[in-house]
Design a protein around this ligand. Structure first.
Ligand code: FMN
Length: 201
């Protein structure tokens, strides 16, 4: 396998403590192999979502996805911010991540975004296992997307995702994105967010 066919090894996280290999290897690519995703792999991504925990097992997540070449793909792409449009067309699959905003009694389900996030965490691990990179995108005109896809009242588009097999040629990215794609990955240290016994600043 050459460089253009695999995830970039230099993007593997330099963790302070050892973690599960798939988590270490995950990163958000802006370049992908051109191949469409195998339909079974797509189903496996959603099967992983299906088994995520959710508050009261309400499973408030919903997804719309479109393969490159389809009208749905183009419609999702057209709702992305200019920045995201500059690279997301490299992905063979675009996804809208949606959650149901209310409980059956009409009250707001405050946990629904949390549940959607957890489900996407499941998808992230499964996708990594299959060699598929996911890139979340908050940069989208969700109002336009909700209209375009006739999303019913009571559901909200939280984000879009670009998905495709890791690989592809980073030289196809504009220079600034190529730099971002290959630059060192940084994180806060544990001490800045995991507090033992009391809040610590
Ligand atoms: C909710 C969410 C929204 C994001 N929105 C965008 C986006 O609009 N455009 C983009 O290029 N990356 C976006 N990202 C990707 C993050 O920038 C990326 O996850 C972060 O820089 C860490 O890099 P890594 O995922 O490669 O570890 C988003 C990520 C998340 C979780």
């Amino acid at each position: 396998m050459n460089d253009k066919e695999q995830m970039r090894l230099e993007n593997i996280a330099e963790t302070s403590y050892e973690i599960f290999a798939l988590l270490k290897q995950r990163y958000s690519p802006r370049i992908f192999k051109e191949n469409l995703l195998n339909p079974t792999h797509i189903n496996q991504l959603f099967e992983a979502v299906r088994w995520a925990p959710s508050s009261n097992n309400l499973q408030p997540w919903r997804f719309i996805y479109g393969e490159k070449g389809s009208n749905a793909y183009q419609s999702i792409y057209d709702c992305l911010s200019d920045f995201n449009q500059s690279w997301a067309g490299n992905a063979p699959l675009l996804i809208l991540a949606i959650y149901k905003t209310n409980l059956e009694n009409g009250d707001e389900n405050f946990h629904a975004p949390y549940d959607l996030g957890l489900s996407l965490g499941n998808m992230a691990v499964q996708s990594q296992y299959l060699g598929i990179g996911l890139h979340h995108m908050a940069g989208l005109d969700w109002k336009k997307a909700e209209k375009e896809f006739n999303i019913p009242t009571g559901y909200h588009i939280a984000s879009a995702l670009a998905a495709g097999y890791y690989g592809g040629d980073t030289d196809q990215l504009p220079e600034d994105l190529k730099d971002q794609e290959t630059s060192e990955r940084k994180r806060m240290p544990l001490s800045e967010f995991a507090f033992k016994n009391e809040w610590s600043s």
